[in-house]
Design a protein around this ligand. Structure first.
Ligand SMILES: Nc1nc2c(c(=O)[nH]1)N[C@H]1C(S)=C(S)[C@@H](COP(=O)(O)O)O[C@H]1N2
Ligand SMILES: [Mo]
Length: 344
């Protein structure tokens, strides 16, 4: 058994209540004395089941058509216990409606039109699915994704996601910290970056053939210090159930202090490298998108301001925060890194 059970917040000196991390939703609500009050949603208790219980809605036939999810062999792991370090209070904004988040997606392999993605996602085959981890690691491996998900410490975290297009959403992800995977594959000393790659299957991804000028497959990258940061999450679920395909099933990255395009979907490969990898958007439009892409309201995009953002679907603009509000966790990284690179 290679899963490391020791969690950092168990020993953290921060004023959290570690016990709640390990309670499931029902226990948590009961512990708060709120069970059955009918007034407290699971979200308010710190964890968030979806609006739609998948099994129940499948049984009754009332599952909405945008909630098509792949087979989910590790289904018993959802909803996962909430990590109280990343509850809703911390963000101070309401959760985005699941039905909104599921029908407004950037997934260029399917279509550049956000409102079309969820329907096109249906034909994506996401099982069986393997994740290959190679490059500068002591233990390169090919994981079956369901085996991986059964063994990793899944938890729920509410993060805000700030798209470079100046819209944002607040959603509960289920996943495991990327650094847990690093512990399994053991990066070598020379490994300084990670390169992530999305599935490339043109027959199931109509956006690829229609946009041949783009440098497929979709690829992204992180510095290894970013990958080891506690915020970097490999997500397999959202709203308390497995990821619907339009959100990047079965496994996608979530790096909430960076613009949304860094949070690459439907990952098939992670390669550890010595050099900074080329990324999809920095190759496609180099003058508009860089490697680091940390959220910064003071650095405008080439064509628009980044000072404010619009909560989907129709919220009034709100100020964008440096590092999307996650500076406490990540600002030190960019002070410590060698060189004086532009990190925005
Ligand atoms: N493979 C892939 N991953 C991707 C994208 C994409 O087009 N292809 N779009 C990115 C962008 S721009 C954003 S804002 C988020 C959107 O995630 P969501 O649809 O789950 O909200 O996914 C990111 N990951
Ligand atoms: Mo985005």
């Amino acid at each position: 058994m290679w899963v490391k059970r020791h969690r950092r917040w168990e020993t953290s000196s921060r004023p959290v209540t570690p016990k709640t991390v390990y309670l499931n939703r029902r226990q948590f609500v009961a512990a708060l004395g709120l069970a059955g009050s009918g007034l407290v949603s699971s979200a308010a208790a710190g964890t968030t089941a979806g609006l739609f219980d998948l099994q129940e809605s499948a049984d009754t036939g009332r599952r909405p058509d945008w909630l098509e999810v792949p087979d989910w062999p590790a289904a018993d792991r959802y909803p996962a216990p909430a990590n109280v370090m990343f509850g809703r209070e911390r963000i101070g904004r309401p959760l985005t409606d699941e039905a909104v988040a599921a029908r407004y997606n950037n997934f260029y392999e399917l279509s550049p039109r956000k409102e079309r993605v969820w329907r096109l996602a249906e034909r994506l085959e996401t099982r069986p699915w393997t994740l290959e981890v190679d490059g500068l690691v002591a233990k390169p491996r090919v994981f079956d994704v369901d085996g991986l998900l059964r063994r990793m410490p899944l938890e729920e975290r509410i993060y805000s996601l700030r798209c470079v297009e100046a819209w944002s959403m607040v959603v509960p992800w289920t996943g495991f910290p990327l650094r847990e995977l690093l512990q399994v594959v053991e990066p070598l000393d020379g490994a300084r970056y990670l390169r992530f790659e999305t599935l490339m299957r043109p027959r199931q991804m109509p956006g690829i053939g229609r946009q041949r000028h783009y440098p497929w497959p979709y690829g992204e990258g992180l510095h290894i210090l970013e990958a080891r940061n506690e915020l970097a999450l490999l997500a397999s679920g959202i709203y308390g159930h497995p990821l619907p395909k339009q959100h990047g099933a079965p496994l996608r990255l979530v790096v909430p202090w960076k613009y949304g395009f860094k949070s690459i979907k439907s990952i098939v490969r992670i390669t550890f490298t010595a050099e900074q990898p080329a990324t999809f958007w920095s190759r496609a439009v180099p003058r508009e998108y860089g490697f680091w892409a940390n959220v910064n309201p003071d650095v405008p995009h080439a064509r628009w301001s980044q000072a404010t953002e619009r909560p989907i679907p129709d919220g009034d603009p709100i100020p964008t925060q440096i590092f999307n509000g996650y500076g406490e966790q990540v600002a030190h990284l960019y002070r410590e890194m060698e060189g004086r690179l532009a990190f925005y």
